[in-house]
Design a protein around this ligand. Structure first.
Ligand SMILES: [Zn+2]
Length: 220
C-alpha cells in the first residue's frame, strides 16, 4: 500500500462523488481492494450519502470543499517530506563520494612538474599543476671509498580529490629536509617512486640501481 489510510479517507468523499482525477481514482480503487478498513469506511460513507446528502445539499458541497483542502494539504506535506529526504540522501552521497575520493592515494609520477630548491637552508620540493596530499622522503648516508655521500629520495602522493580541485596554475610545496635537520649535509635529492623499503641499509651497488630509476632534481 503506497498511500496512508488517512489520505485515502480524505479522498473518499471526492471519489464517491466521482469528483477526483483518474489517477486519484485508481489510487483509491487500488487501496480499497487491499484495505478492508477503508473499504468499510467507504461503504458507510456511501450509505450516509444516499440517506442525508444529495449532490445539491449545501452541507454536502461544504464537505466536498473541505475534503479537497485536506487532500491538497496532505499531498503538499508529502511532497515536502520527499524533497527533504531526497536532498538529505543526495548530500550523504556527495559527502561519502568526497571521503572515498580523498582516501585513496596515488603516487605522482615525474613529468617535469617537480622541482627542488634550497630555501633558507631547508630543502623544499615543489609540485606544479597539482596538489599533493602527502610526501614520503628517505635519507640515505653511504660511505664508499672512504667518502660519505648523503642522498634524499622522495615522492609525492595525491588523491582523486586533490586532482578534482586542481587547476593548471596550482602548485604545492613541502619541506623535504629542514635546515636544523641537516639539509646542508645532503648532496643529492632524487625523485624516486619505486618501493623504498630498506633503502637506508642498501649497499652502494644496490643503491646505484635505485638511482638509475630516479630523477636527479637537486645537487649540492
Ligand atoms: Zn486503508
Amino acid at each position: 500500500m503506497n498511500y496512508p489510510c488517512n489520505l485515502i479517507k480524505d479522498l473518499l468523499p471526492l471519489y464517491a462523488d466521482d469528483a477526483c482525477s483518474k489517477e486519484s481514482k485508481e489510487i483509491v480503487e487500488q487501496h480499497l481492494s487491499e484495505c478492508p478498513d477503508c473499504q468499510n469506511y467507504y461503504d458507510k460513507l456511501s450509505n450516509e450519502d444516499t440517506l442525508s446528502l444529495t449532490p445539491d445539499n449545501p452541507e454536502h458541497e461544504r464537505q466536498k470543499a473541505e475534503s479537497f483542502r485536506t487532500v491538497r494539504k496532505k499531498l503538499k506535506i508529502r511532497q515536502i517530506l520527499i524533497a527533504i529526504i531526497s536532498i538529505a540522501v543526495l548530500i550523504a552521497v556527495i559527502l561519502s563520494t568526497l571521503v572515498i575520493l580523498g582516501k585513496y592515494e596515488n603516487t605522482v609520477t615525474y613529468e617535469d612538474n617537480i622541482s627542488v630548491n634550497m630555501v633558507d637552508g631547508s630543502l623544499v620540493g615543489r609540485l606544479s599543476g597539482a596538489r599533493h596530499h602527502s610526501m614520503r622522503a628517505k635519507r640515505v648516508d653511504i660511505t664508499a671509498n672512504g667518502e660519505e655521500t648523503s642522498y634524499l629520495f622522495f615522492y609525492f602522493r595525491t588523491t582523486k580529490l586533490d586532482e578534482l580541485i586542481t587547476r593548471k596554475d596550482t602548485y604545492t610545496e613541502c619541506v623535504l629536509c629542514y635546515a636544523d635537520k641537516g639539509a646542508d649535509t645532503i648532496d643529492y635529492v632524487f625523485y624516486y617512486t619505486g618501493d623504498n623499503t630498506g633503502i637506508e641499509s642498501m649497499s652502494y651497488d644496490e643503491l646505484q640501481n635505485i638511482i638509475e630509476d630516479s630523477v636527479l632534481l637537486w645537487s649540492k
